[in-house]
Ligand binder design. Structure first.
Ligand code: PLP
Length: 394
């Protein structure tokens, strides 16, 4: 992005001003929603010879759109990559990444605690239609990856921290193992966001985000993102996005840009609140265990400090009692609403393992009664009071 202004280096300046070309839209401080499906050309040569990576040339909305492009420039800069590509959902981004890297018969190493639907894709579509195999590992130890490597290992899938039990993987260590066997490292960076963790700097090849969480930030948009450090991979992903048709609409991209402007400020508050809530839960006699990487009691706290600059608003805990009691607790909370997503302004509660078999729970390292909460922006005092009341009633 050589035509970008030199001084736009900090994350705050990037989210505010990077990728914007005010002079192209009458100096409006907010870019327009380029709500158009095509752009026209002066000559046929202009059409046939235009470069799809040229930020001033557009042809058709499934290929690229100027509003989408601004979003991509910002995320690419935040992640220290050669660029980023936006998608219509996190899963559109994730599946495109897997299909771009793997071939028929590829072997994948994936952590047990990766996002469920991505594992469904590996176990279902990839196995049935592409004869691919996946080895699942805990991922806390580098040996987990070393021991799983095969001749045909093409991809290692990480999510650090994972979003139910908050286990971490040593990104740099995994990247070194992957380099030796010529596999690519993919990491879901949604929990930390591009503000608190830059996995490309640690050796990862593909960083994925669902922008439906903190980037959107207001529970009003679904979207995804891939950032990469290699030009060739970038070209490939761009071509596949065009073929699979996964680009988001311009209105969604505009909402993601708007969310991004305040993301650093928001996640700072989410983190502060989550720390207070985590400490409260940890000291509560009815709570058996709290999973939050910001707590010094987290078993990978040292690794967290090495590779992350912070944590956000999601955490989980287990109470003394079974899934029925955990359900009652979730249902008696007033501010925390029952819901699956997170990253918005609102506090949420969910029991992600309530319908898992006991054997699966063991692999996922969280019992059926594990309670996940997202600490929203309603204020720590109100959230702690809500939790205290619900725990009191147990
Ligand atoms: C929500 C989520 C996804 C999927 O994103 P969508 O935008 O819903 O497709 C992937 N990874 C994590 C960690 C998530 O929380």
């Amino acid at each position: 992005m050589s035509d970008q202004k030199e001084y736009l280096k900090s994350s705050r300046l990037i989210t505010a001003h990077y990728g914007e070309e005010y002079e192209h839209y009458y100096n409006a401080i907010v870019p327009p929603v380029f709500m158009n499906s095509l752009n026209v050309f002066e000559t046929l040569d202009d059409y046939y010879e235009f470069d799809r990576r040229d930020r001033h040339k557009y042809c058709y909305g499934r290929v690229q759109n100027p509003t989408v492009r601004i979003l991509e420039d910002k995320i690419g800069a935040l992640e220290h990559g050669v660029g980023a590509l936006a998608f219509a959902s996190g899963m559109a981004a994730a599946t495109t990444a897997v299909l771009a890297v793997c071939r028929a018969g590829s072997h994948v190493i994936c952590i047990h605690n990766a996002y469920g639907p991505l594992k469904d894709f590996l176990n279902g579509y990839c196995r049935e239609h592409m004869n691919m195999e996946t080895t699942y590992v805990e991922g806390d130890r580098l040996e987990d990856f070393e021991n799983a490597v095969r001749d045909n290992t093409d991809l290692m899938i990480l999510e650090s921290p994972s979003s139910v039990v908050f286990s971490l993987q040593d990104i740099r260590g995994v990247a070194e193992i992957a380099e030796k066997c010529k596999a690519k490292v993919y990491i879901d960076n949604t929990f930390c966001t591009s503000i608190y963790q830059q996995p490309l700097d640690l050796g990862a090849d593909i960083v994925m985000h669902t922008t439906s969480k903190y980037i959107g930030g207001h529970s009003d948009v679904i979207g995804g993102m891939l950032a990469v450090k290699d030009e060739k991979l970038m070209e490939k992903l761009l071509a596949y996005r065009e073929l699979f048709g996964g680009i988001p609409g311009p209105m969604e991209a505009w909402l993601m840009i708007r969310g991004l402007r305040t993301m650093e400020v928001r996640i700072g508050k989410h983190q502060e609140t989550a720390m207070e809530v985590a400490r409260f839960l940890e000291s509560h006699p009815k709570v058996r265990k709290v999973n939050y990487p910001g707590l010094p009691s987290h078993p990978q706290y040292e690794l967290m400090k090495r590779q992350q600059k912070g944590n956000t608003g999601l955490l989980s805990f287990e109470i003394d009692g079974g899934v029925e009691q955990a359900t009652r607790l979730a249902e008696s909370l007033k501010i925390f609403k029952i819901g699956v997503s997170w990253g918005g302004f609102e506090s949420l509660v969910f029991l992600p393992h309530a319908r898992q078999t006991p054997e699966n729970c063991q692999k996922l390292r969280g019992d059926q009664n594990i309670i996940r909460i997202h600490c929203g922006l309603e204020g720590a005092d109100a959230l702690i009071a809500d939790l205290a009341d619900a725990l009191e009633k147990l």
